[in-house]
Design a protein around this ligand. Sequence first.
Ligand code: 5GP
Ligand code: ZN
Length: 118
Amino acid sequence: MHDPNCIFCKIIAGDIPSSKVYEDEDMLVFKDIHPSAPVHLLMVPKRHIPSMAQVSVDDAPLLGRMMVKAPELAKANGCNPYPEGGFRLMVNTGEEGGQEVHHLHIHILGGARPWRKG
Ligand code: 5GP
Ligand code: ZN
């Protein structure tokens, strides 16, 4: 599924440029255009899933692969080693979850710790 009005679908299609760090047949990972940490990547499924509120059990293998890929990409893109370093994975969902782009994405944040726990 491809949503012609979705900015991340346009990035996946190559219609909007992005700084890609990883791609396979199911997912794309690129740098956030407004980084809020020294390392700030966005992992997106290539299929247009609007948010975590719409995932189904059929998406479980892909979501699992993304979670397993995240630490490898964090390390390869400058996050310092665990436990002194590390990274944060964040999935904003819906208005009250702070989601601005309605194509599911996992933020990978690291290289510094500017955040509070919540
Ligand atoms: P959300 O608030 O939905 O969780 O996060 C959306 C993220 O997408 C934001 O951190 C924002 O900086 C990033 N973003 C929005 N538009 C673009 C774009 O065109 N290119 C890239 N690389 N990132 C974008
Ligand atoms: Zn999309």
